[in-house]
Design a binder for this molecule. Structure first.
Ligand SMILES: [Zn+2]
Length: 460
């Protein structure tokens, strides 16, 4: 989630809260929403929880727990109610089973909470962590922890992407959406996804437009304008799938959401809970130039985001998780930028990135021992430029093959530098040539400078 344009700075924060991991928690049960009172009642079951010893169960601080139960319908003792600790938007709860015990593999939780309904009035601020209800819509992102989110404190990791089987009912509304499946016009609806998603909930009284499985929700736009947006989305999806020879499978959701604070006219804020992109006052004129095309920086921005269709939770494991997840998505955005906006634009982007590399010290990938040693500048700037150098040495076709092989490996195992090498050799790159690249651009103590020199040589 990296974008040069200031409008998109807010998206960068999303990463921190929507980590994905390989263990897949499943959530099922019922959610009832009352748009008039702002009341939300949940009766949920979590299952397939990974074995975690040091954990907290995080739930929005406005939610009141009725009880936790185990699989035998017995009440589970928990703490956090008295003198509880707040973490972000949530209170931390723990089971009092035995201090050495792991979190149970599953549990049931029933709770409710009522949130303010803004009608003709405003809060002083709004952000992604607020459960925001106004006259027409309710917005509750994964960051609000409106549903129980597991925090793995040993690894400082939030687990908030779940597969789901949920019955959602709404009073005072007619449409319900939960991230990852199509919105439904109904007051009670069943939503099922086998693929895990962060559970962004968007419900209320609104219309939506569909095009080949992609949606715009709560839309104020004409059908003609929506078509223009969808044409641009198709361009990006086709660009990625043609380059990689792999079908684009995720449906994309654009939400026009409403801020609960009073906003300066023309200002906009948005967030991303992939594959949903939400903007206040969705204004298509801001996305599109006079010829009906996305502005160049939007092609690149969405190129990165849609790149997560390929590099998503499937690759987020091991010490180099951030590299596979974010650096490859960012690298793919270079190709989208080059193909849809032109070589000149890409050159400007690449050279423009170098200014971020001045002060940081970067550890070569083969010496990384802990996931967080790949910081934001590393994963969004330096490592994607390294991948660009790889493409420039061996050609786009070889690179695309390497990516295809890596994604094959990722189906069964954690990606490693050895698998990158194996994929390179399989693509027809000579072993010696790969090793030379590896020496100069991956493992060398001066690898950062070598990458900078190569980019300057090729693009300035
Ligand atoms: Zn990203």
């Amino acid at each position: 989630m990296k974008a040069s344009n200031f409008i998109f700075v807010v998206f960068i924060t999303v990463l921190i809260t929507s980590n994905t991991i390989s263990a897949q928690i499943h959530i099922s049960g019922s959610v009832e929403i009352d748009m008039n009172s702002g009341l939300i009642i949940c009766d949920l079951n979590l299952s397939n929880i990974p074995k975690i010893k040091e954990y907290h169960i995080l739930l929005n601080k406005g939610m009141n727990i009725k009880y936790f139960k185990n699989g035998q319908d017995e009440l589970i003792r928990y703490n956090g109610y008295y003198d509880g600790k707040i973490r972000g938007e949530a209170i931390e709860y723990n089971f009092e089973i035995d201090s050495t015990a792991y979190i149970p593999e599953g549990f049931q939780i029933t709770y409710s909470g009522a949130f303010p309904v803004y009608k003709n009035d405003y809060n002083q601020f709004d952000d992604k962590g607020i459960i925001a209800i106004n006259k027409r819509t309710l917005r509750a992102t994964e960051q609000t922890k409106w549903y129980p989110v597991i925090y793995d404190s040993e690894n400082d990791k939030l687990i908030d992407s779940y597969s789901y089987d949920l019955m959602i009912g709404i009073k005072g509304g007619n449409t319900i959406f939960i991230n990852g499946t199509a919105p439904k016009r109904a007051t009670d609806a069943h939503f099922v996804s086998e693929k895990p998603f962060p559970l962004l909930l968007f419900a209320g009284n609104y219309n939506f437009i569909e095009n080949h499985g992609d949606y715009i929700l709560n839309t104020l736009v004409t059908k003609e304008n929506a078509e223009v947006i969808f044409e641009n989305i198709e361009l990006i999806k086709n660009n990625l799938s043609n380059n990689l020879g792999l079908e684009f499978t995720d449906n994309i959701y654009l939400i026009n959401h409403t801020a609960i604070n009073k906003r300066r006219k023309g200002s906009s804020w948005g967030f991303n809970t992939y594959p949903t992109f939400a903007f206040t006052g969705l204004d298509f004129e801001k996305l599109i130039d006079a010829d009906g095309k996305f502005f160049d920086h939007h092609f690149r921005y969405f190129g990165h985001e849609f790149g997560h269709n390929y590099f998503g939770s499937n690759v987020m494991s091991g010490n180099l998780g951030w590299f596979w997840l974010e650096s490859f998505a960012e690298y793919l955005s270079y190709n989208t930028a080059e193909d849809l906006s032109g070589k000149q634009f890409l050159s400007e982007v690449l050279i423009g990135q170098l200014k971020y590399l001045k002060d940081d010290n970067f550890i070569p990938l083969n010496q990384i021992e802990n996931r967080n040693e790949i910081g934001e500048t590393y994963r969004y700037v330096l490592a994607p430029l390294m991948l660009k150098c790889f493409e420039d040495k061996f050609g786009r076709n070889k690179m695309n093959l390497v990516i295809q092989y890596l994604l094959e490996f990722a189906k069964n195992e954690t990606l490693t530098l050895q698998l990158w090498k194996k994929s390179a050799i399989k693509s027809g790159i000579k072993k010696e040539a790969f090793e030379e690249f590896e020496r100069d651009f991956i493992t060398d103590e001066k690898f950062k400078q070598n990458i900078i020199n190569e980019i300057v040589k090729n693009y300035s």
